[in-house]
Design a protein around this ligand. Structure first.
Ligand code: PLP
Length: 463
């Protein structure tokens, strides 16, 4: 299995090569040369670990099978994810399921791919005898999931910039109370965009980046996508009685990583009728599916919503999906992304008519989210977080008789107490093991939001 760039001008690489890299050298994203096919008969009745072994060994043939199995086994434990199923499917009523992806250490679905990524990276770095210093910016879930994935790993340090006071209280406590030698919470007086701009500027210094072995764990990492394919397959096997039944998945979407994983699962032969892309008021993706025009937003056009992990200006994984949608023609992808760079948008009206019911999309306003949290609670006695509520609202709008609908639960309500209180007037229960979070001391460093300050800090803290 080789990985090729969506822009067609970079050398094909192996899984372990692209694991530690970001963009391909031509600015594109890596994609597997072809999609390996699932054997649903063989996988029926198997555990999460078995399904993960099947899927991931096909994407990472350059890791010896025994080593890969050991890494998977160590990653997906009931102790870390709350249940042996790892991502249990909870049926709310016949034909409507909630895929519980957020029972990992930081209570958001990003733990599923990032816990694996941390272990995979540590393995590859150990093999190569190398160190990696991860530099990132977060507005919430990514930062804590990355820190929990990297904590205690001997080959990695992590430097995470976050905007002070702009994450939910729970998210803030969760990140800032981590106390590990290799974790550095750099707190900025400013916005997420300020943080991201600084990270970009530091990365633009190629010499510094090389000397201090800077890397990232961002959402374009292929291993993350591959790890997410596993739960779609596993959910399908749990939610269907036979392999000819098609199901719909509704995916609360931001950077399009999770929806892309559903697409990959379908390309591998998973019987999915419709992938439903659910956005909040930041509806870049909905607009594309509705009109064929993909238009990225300017910073000041991004609304602040109750589902902050979906408040995006553009969707970083979208290029992979377009690559497949234009029959993997890299020149066409280059043309579209040239347009995007020049005009801030591209015209994909020649693409969207092909989709039919295979892709659907919708958008949930803040009022819709509020209503859906309340209704789900009243109807099923289940509290869902605002991100999941976006998926639930849009999913129910697209639902068809006789096609089971599975909605991705992407975060636990405990992370977004204020929004839950607003909708239903009570606080979500604090999950077991998180009761003490409020009392732990915080470990942060205030830093000026400029590249020099961050560079100095990195220099002082890596060996
Ligand atoms: C990251 C995130 C999303 C969006 O997922 P993408 O893969 O970026 O589309 C949705 N919900 C939650 C809770 C998240 O943390």
């Amino acid at each position: 299995m080789r990985y090729i760039s969506t822009r067609g001008k970079a050398e094909p690489k192996s899984f372990t090569d692209i694991l530690l890299e970001g963009l391909a050298s031509d600015g594109g994203l890596y994609m597997p040369e072809e999609y390996p096919q699932l054997d649903l008969k063989e996988l029926r009745g198997k555990s999460y670990i078995d399904v993960a072994n099947f899927v991931l060994s096909r994407y990472a043939p350059d890791i010896p099978v025994a080593d890969l199995h050991r890494i998977i086994d160590r990653t997906y434990r009931a102790k870390t994810f709350g249940t042996r199923e790892i991502t249990p499917l909870k049926m709310l009523e016949p034909g409507l399921g909630l895929l519980q992806l957020s029972n990992g250490p930081t209570l958001a679905f990003k733990d599923v791919p990032l816990q694996l990524l941390g272990n995979l990276m540590q393995y590859v770095l150990e093999e190569k005898g190398e160190q990696l210093n991860i530099l990132g910016a977060t507005s919430g879930d990514t930062g804590s999931a990355a820190e929990y994935a990297v904590q205690g790993k001997t080959c990695m340090n992590i430097f995470m910039l976050s905007p002070y006071g702009r994450m939910s209280r729970f998210q803030q406590r969760q990140m800032y109370t981590l106390k590990e030698r290799n974790i550095h919470n750099l707190v900025v007086d400013g916005t997420f965009d300020d943080c991201q701009a600084v990270v970009k500027e530091v990365n633009a210094d190629a010499e510094f980046k090389k000397k201090y072995k800077l890397g990232a764990v961002n959402s374009i990492n292929w291993a993350r996508v591959a790890a997410q394919v596993v739960y779609y397959v596993y959910a399908y096997l749990q939610g269907s009685s036979h392999d000819s039944l098609k199901v719909d998945f509704s995916v609360p979407s931001g950077n399009f990583g999770n929806a892309l994983a559903a697409h990959v699962a379908r390309q591998m032969g998973l019987p999915i009728r419709s992938i439903i892309v659910a956005t909040n008021e930041n509806d870049v993706l909905y607009e594309f599916f509705a009109t064929g025009i993909y238009r990225v937003r300017k910073g000041n056009e991004v609304a602040v919503t109750s589902s902050p992990s979906m408040d995006i200006a553009s969707a970083s994984n979208f290029e992979r999906f377009i690559f497949d949608s234009v029959d993997r023609d890299p020149e066409l992808v280059c043309d579209l992304w040239d347009d995007l760079k020049e005009k801030g948008s591209f015209d994909g009206r020649f693409i969207t008519p092909r989709f039919g019911y295979t892709w659907q999309s919708g958008r949930a306003s803040e009022a819709d989210v509020d209503f859906t949290i309340r209704e789900t609670y009243e109807k099923y006695g289940v509290i869902i977080d605002p991100h999941t509520a976006v998926g639930m609202y849009v999913g129910l709008q697209c639902r068809r008789q006789r096609t089971p609908l599975i909605v991705d639960e992407t975060a636990q309500p405990a992370k977004f107490e204020d929004a839950i209180r607003r909708s239903i007037g009570i606080s979500p229960p604090v999950p077991k093991g998180y009761e003490d979070l409020a009392d732990l001391p915080e470990h942060t460093t205030r830093i000026e939001p400029n590249a020099d300050a961050v560079k100095q800090f990195i220099i002082a803290h890596v060996k």
